[in-house]
Design a protein around this ligand. Structure first.
Ligand SMILES: [Zn+2]
Length: 561
């Protein structure tokens, strides 16, 4: 984009935009929404709460480790860049508040030698991380870079490892890290600190990747898919959590930071109303097949409905960081009362179009990898995990098998078994098979009055054992899938009552009951340390199938009688 004092030309829609109007619009073209690049100082101004910005002044490490020259000495090029930008290097660091949360921010500037990663840039990023570590503050990075600065050779390359280590130290300290990807972010910056944030946010249209399109075209001569390496393309493929326009950035970033940074306050849950039924005799008997039909009612609240109704400040997070964002599992961070929580659940939708869009609540491996990523985030941030179960099962398809469906389910079971934070599961609809259990290895497992939990769909069981899928009602009764039976079996710890007419008849009331039930369990779990949580969780699942029974009389043909 070209820019003058008075007027700027939008490279996307060719509109000539009045400079002051562009500035008021945070550098976003008022005609087409394209983002003009911002300088590092403009980014700091955009993100900071009023009057909170304080630059971190620091001496700059010596440059030119190779005495490099490509005809023009590197030191001369550095001087030119300094004169052109008024900056010492391609990054500026500051302390500030964003949405009332104090943070350290490192913002890059593409004008300074293409935002390239030099020894000094790596050093300033690392010092920003070390400042955040020392002061126990979140770190926010704003990236714009073509990659490692060639003029510093392998010393530049080493900055990738150095900054990745700095990010890891923040992980070990449980401090929140957020990376904001702006256009363009490539090469060594993309492949180090830009992708190591707990939360990765991208600007609309921002291009991001390791190898740029020109390199790919020149070396491999592959044709690039439409929208390749744009923020939206990367969101769909699970590499970024959200794509957020500039106008809403400070608000949404502030929300994520405040949920992440103010946590671990067990007293926050407070006393909760006891709504959970723990005695099977207090529950009316319900025919198991009737329960199956009610659990599948498309009018029942879905996970998205519950998230909207029970949480404050909810921010949905996307992607498994591996290659997908499964629509059959949704999750994110929010606040339950005053306590920050991570919530993850199966999502079905209501209308035929929604059901299709969410794959009927049947997750593919990317869904379980997303769930696992959010659970690890909860463990790092020290906040409880709530899971809501409603699935006919994990997606049974060729692609899901090729991407390791069994592996990801197994790994999620193992992860939950050792997660050092409180875990509460509510089966809200259909809890079917390993696809349900994969996110249900919790300290407390609750089920709603008209929900079911089963090893296989009654139709599937009937087809295999009865050789007749029409025998599904008989199979449902034999499998004891209804809430009352499950409570008697000890598979669930309690039953959440539903409004008269069922959850489908009154979403707000159903959500209020679920909310009260979760709060009561979290309040009870809040006093336990991680070792006790894990030990009790393991004991909870260890006991199934472990009860002693009289030894069966067996006859062994050919053996001793
Ligand atoms: Zn435009």
């Amino acid at each position: 984009m070209t820019e003058t004092q008075e007027w700027a030309l939008c490279r996307k829609c060719r509109a000539v935009v009045y400079g002051k109007r562009l500035a008021r619009n945070h550098g976003v073209c008022p005609q087409c929404g394209a983002c003009f690049p911002l300088t590092a100082h403009q980014w700091l101004d955009l993100l900071a709460d009023r009057d909170t910005l304080r630059l971190i002044e620091t001496d700059l490490p010596a440059a030119d480790p190779l005495s490099f020259s490509d005809g023009v000495p590197y030191t001369e090029r550095l001087d030119q860049a300094r004169q052109a930008t008024g900056m010492a290097e391609a990054v500026v660091c500051a302390r500030m508040s964003i949405g009332d949360t104090p943070v350290v921010v490192a913002a890059m500037d593409f004008r300074f030698m293409g935002g390239s990663l030099s020894g000094a840039v790596g050093e300033l990023i690392t010092r920003a991380a070390e400042t955040a570590l020392a002061e126990r503050l979140p770190l926010v990075t704003v990236t714009a870079s073509g990659g490692v600065r060639m003029q510093e050779g392998v010393v530049g390359l080493m900055q990738m490892a150095k900054t990745a280590q700095a990010m890891q130290q923040l992980d070990e300290a449980g401090l929140v890290t957020v990376c904001l990807i702006t256009d363009p972010t490539y090469g060594g910056v993309a492949a180090s600190y830009a992708m190591l944030g707990d939360i990765v946010i991208a600007e609309p249209g921002a291009r991001f990747g390791f190898a740029g399109p020109r390199v790919i075209a020149q070396t491999i001569r592959q044709e690039l898919p439409a929208g390749f390496q744009t923020a939206e393309f990367l969101l769909e493929r699970g590499f970024v959590d959200l794509v957020c326009p500039r106008a809403r950035l400070r608000e949404r970033l502030g929300r994520v930071l405040s949920v992440g940074a103010r946590r671990n306050c067990p007293g926050n849950v407070g006393p909760a109303e006891q709504v959970v039924i723990r005695d099977p005799d207090r529950l009316a008997e319900q025919d198991a097949w009737q329960a199956v039909r009610r659990a599948r009612h498309v009018g029942r609240p879905t996970t998205s409905d519950y998230l909207r109704l029970i949480l404050d400040d909810f921010e949905e997070l996307h992607g498994d960081r591996v290659g997908g964002d499964c629509p059959a599992i949704v999750g994110g961070v929010g606040r339950l009362g005053r306590e920050s929580v991570v919530v993850i659940g199966h999502e079905k939708g209501h209308t035929p179009a929604e059901l299709a869009a969410h794959n009927f609540g049947m997750p593919n491996p990317a869904g379980y990898r997303k769930a696992a990523r959010l659970m690890r985030l909860a463990a790092k941030w020290g906040m409880p995990v709530v899971t809501l179960v409603d699935t006919p099962g994990a997606y049974p398809g060729v692609d899901a098998e090729l991407q390791g469906q069994a592996t990801v389910i197994a790994e999620t079971l193992r992860l939950m078994g050792g997660l050092p934070v409180p875990l509460v599961t509510v089966v809200t609809g259909e809890g079917c098979s390993g696809g349900a259990l994969a996110i249900a290895v919790a300290d407390r497992v609750l089920i709603m009055e008209n929900a079911i939990y089963t090893v296989i769909s009654p139709e599937g069981c009937a087809a295999i054992l009865w050789k007749d899928s029409a025998a599904a009602p008989a199979a449902a009764r034999a499998l004891r899938v209804d809430a009352r039976s499950l409570l008697a079996l000890g598979v669930v710890d309690g039953v959440v009552p539903e409004p008269p007419g069922g959850a489908e008849s009154d979403h707000p009331e159903a959500a209020a009951l679920v909310r009260a039930a979760i709060r009561a369990e979290l309040s009870d779990l809040a006093t336990r340390d991680p070792a006790r949580l894990v030990a009790e969780r393991r004991a909870r699942f260890r006991r199934f199938g472990g009860q002693s029974a009289p030894a069966p009389a067996l006859s062994h043909p050919g053996g001793p009688q």
